[in-house]
Design a protein around this ligand. Structure first.
Ligand SMILES: NC(=O)c1ccc[n+]([C@@H]2O[C@H](COP(=O)([O-])OP(=O)(O)OC[C@H]3O[C@@H](n4cnc5c(N)ncnc54)[C@H](O)[C@@H]3O)[C@@H](O)[C@H]2O)c1
Length: 247
């Protein structure tokens, strides 16, 4: 019960690793505000995890809009009275999500903006919205999702890759800014994760993609008090892909 009475805001919680993180956080005694742009899905996910909404609530928000982001933080304070953890899962490669597979130099500006705004600006906004409360509490943990693409680069998802590199800088800067006030920040950069079958085709040294739980387990460890000496670090969890030599 590592998260007894702890309160987490989890973005991108309507599906994939965000939804799984919410489930496991609750199972260890915590409370979650699950947020996503997909209103129906996030409400349904929260209701499934906590039918009486005592432990989980779903709140619709687009991470690109600061007003909506602030409303999620306000809702967490109103419902649970504190914010101990922020996990920024909302994101995705613009080429895949918007089904636009043009070369970078022909990419429509709207697609570029989506890649940067959802994957980087949204995380910046959420960190901004929760950090004041964490500083006031003199404790808090922020987990940002990077990607192997933010370390290796990606010819097919240039903006995604740039945003995920930015997430590493964001995390280090938050760690520096929060260190004296009890706020830790960590980045987790996965290789391919089987939140969708297509990821099985991406090569790793271990010859497979990650089970979502393998990544979420690392994230929850970093959220826990056991990781109290860890801040500012970027954790690659990529089946050895970053060792190089993959073609
Ligand atoms: N799956 C992988 O192979 C992989 C690899 C490396 C990094 N990641 C990163 O991990 C995170 C989670 O990945 P996943 O595979 O679980 O993703 P997913 O696609 O299952 O979930 C992403 C969620 O973000 C939400 N979202 C999209 N735009 C949004 C917006 N503007 N505002 C609010 N929510 C929005 C979606 O509705 C979705 O529920 C992402 O940041 C992703 O980039 C994933």
């Amino acid at each position: 019960m590592r998260f007894q009475n702890k309160v987490a805001i989890i973005t991108g919680a309507a599906s994939g690793m965000g939804q799984l993180a919410a489930k496991l956080f609750i199972e260890e005694g915590g409370f979650v505000v699950m947020t996503d742009i997909n209103a129906d899905a996030v409400t349904a996910a929260a209701t499934e995890l906590s039918p009486d909404h005592q432990q989980a609530v779903g709140v619709q928000a687009d991470v690109r809009l600061y007003e909506e982001v602030q409303q999620v933080a306000d809702e967490a304070m109103k419902k649970f009275g504190r914010i101990d953890v922020l996990m920024n899962f909302a994101g995705g490669a613009e080429s895949r999500v918007l089904n636009c597979h043009k070369p970078f130099y022909e990419m429509p500006v709207e697609v570029i903006d989506w890649g940067l705004d959802v994957n980087l600006k949204g995380a910046v906004y959420f960190c901004r919205a929760v950090m004041g409360q964490m500083v006031q509490q003199q404790s808090g943990v922020i987990i940002n999702l990077g990607s192997i693409s933010g370390v290796e680069g990606s010819g097919g998802a240039v903006n995604y890759s740039a945003a995920k590199s930015g997430i590493i800088g964001l995390t280090k800067s938050l760690a520096l800014s929060g260190a004296k006030q009890g706020v830790r920040a960590c980045c987790v950069s996965p290789g391919p994760v089987l939140t969708r079958p297509g990821m099985a085709n991406m090569k790793t040294r271990l010859g497979r993609a990650a089970d979502p739980e393998e990544v979420v387990d690392l994230i929850l460890y970093l959220c826990s008090d056991k990781a109290g000496f860890i801040t500012g670090s970027n954790y690659l969890i990529d089946g050895g892909r970053s060792c190089g030599g993959m073609d």
